[in-house]
Design a binder for this molecule. Structure first.
Ligand code: SAH
Length: 343
């Protein structure tokens, strides 16, 4: 199989081209073309024809195919269903904010974590995405919408920390100023809380934002809705996050998806406040998106506001995630499931 150039950092491309005895700046030229979204080596017009032919014979460039899109009528959110080179499909979302455009990427086909409220885990894990497949979700959305993407969130299907090697490489590549030049301070990695991998991620000292899908403040409820937590207690998870903050100097965000009657009582919030008291952290409350095949309902707005007041009274600042694209199945995995069901 040909090596895919979108999997490679600028330094790795430089190493590749050394073998042909080409000047070093050639790697920068190639990298720039790749991250402008060029898919055909023949379009790299500042390279000689023979160099382009060498590249074409030896390498490929990941090219995701758009299968379907859904444009929100309520806001400017667009959801895309892309086909990968092997025929698998993943979803990505582009959201517009005042501060810039944010791309929500998938990191795996399917997911092994099987959270009871999430559509992505219902099919189990199929495979990790390559770095190039993650990079190209950004390139494809940027070129389809003719928009620059300034922010990236790893909150599509998959558990990013189970694909840590490729995800770390993704960070390096999108941060490269010859390419997308996305500040790592504008990148958020969301995880269901794999402790060994959180500690491993800390060693890279990336200035990214770490978000933890906590979703419960006691182990019984968390184990019921998030099977992954059967291996770790909430206390252990939070102390791993403290260690992460100590090593990286970065604040951790705790995500808490509110499910009516399951994890949204006032006592749940008081427990949460007690767990997080005095920590360098932030709480993001998320009204749950209903998923086909589950009976979970979202907490209503007045109760949600009451819960933020309870947190504040107990010393915890929280924000409520603005729901974008609520009319377009923006909850992970649902566009793909619908498309597969129709087939
Ligand atoms: N596996 C990672 C990242 C993907 S999910 C993680 O667990 O964090 C991204 C976020 O969406 C997580 O916080 C996840 O718990 C949340 N999520 C999943 N299904 C949801 C739903 N139906 N409604 C609201 N949030 C959901």
């Amino acid at each position: 199989m040909k090596k895919d150039l979108l999997d490679l950092t600028l330094d790795e491309i430089a190493l590749e081209i050394q073998t042909y005895g080409w000047p070093k700046f050639r790697s920068t030229q190639i990298f720039r073309w790749l991250h402008m979204g060029i898919k055909d080596f023949m379009d790299m017009t500042n390279l000689s024809k023979s160099d382009r032919e060498v590249l074409e014979n030896k390498y490929s460039i990941t090219d995701l195919k758009l299968i379907r899109r859904q444009d929100s009528r309520k806001d400017e959110t667009v959801k895309f269903l892309f086909q990968l080179p092997d025929g698998e499909m993943v979803e990505s979302v582009l959201m517009k904010y005042k501060h810039g455009n944010s791309a929500c990427l998938s990191t795996q086909v399917g997911c092994a974590m099987a959270c009871s409220f999430c559509a992505s885990g219902q099919e189990g894990l199929v495979r990790n995405l390559t770095t190039g497949e993650m990079v190209d979700q950004i390139l494809a959305m940027s070129s389809l919408q003719s928009e620059r993407i300034s922010h990236v969130v790893l909150m599509g299907s998959g558990e990013p920390l189970q694909n840590l090697g490729n995800v770390v490489k993704l960070m390096k590549i999108i941060n490269e100023n010859e390419g997308l030049n996305i500040s790592l301070r504008h990148v958020t990695l969301s995880t269901c809380g794999l402790i060994p991998e959180i500690l491993k991620l800390a060693t890279y000292k990336l200035p990214i934002n770490l978000a933890i899908s906590l979703h419960a403040s006691n182990d019984d409820i968390r184990r019921r809705i998030m099977p992954v937590s059967r291996g770790y207690s909430i206390k252990e998870l939070i102390s791993a996050c403290d260690e992460y903050s100590r090593i990286t100097g970065r604040r951790v965000t705790y995500e808490y998806a509110l499910i009516k009657g399951v994890n949204d009582s006032i006592i749940d919030m008081q427990h949460l406040a007690k767990l997080l008291k005095g920590k360098l952290c932030h709480v993001n409350l998320i009204p749950i998106n209903p998923v086909e095949g589950s009976n979970y309902q979202s907490t209503n707005i007045s109760h949600l506001n009451e819960l933020t007041r309870v947190l504040l009274k107990n010393g915890i600042v929280s924000t409520v995630r603005r729901e974008l694209g609520s009319d377009i199945d923006a909850a992970c995995g649902q566009l793909k499931r619908r498309t597969l069901n129709e087939k």
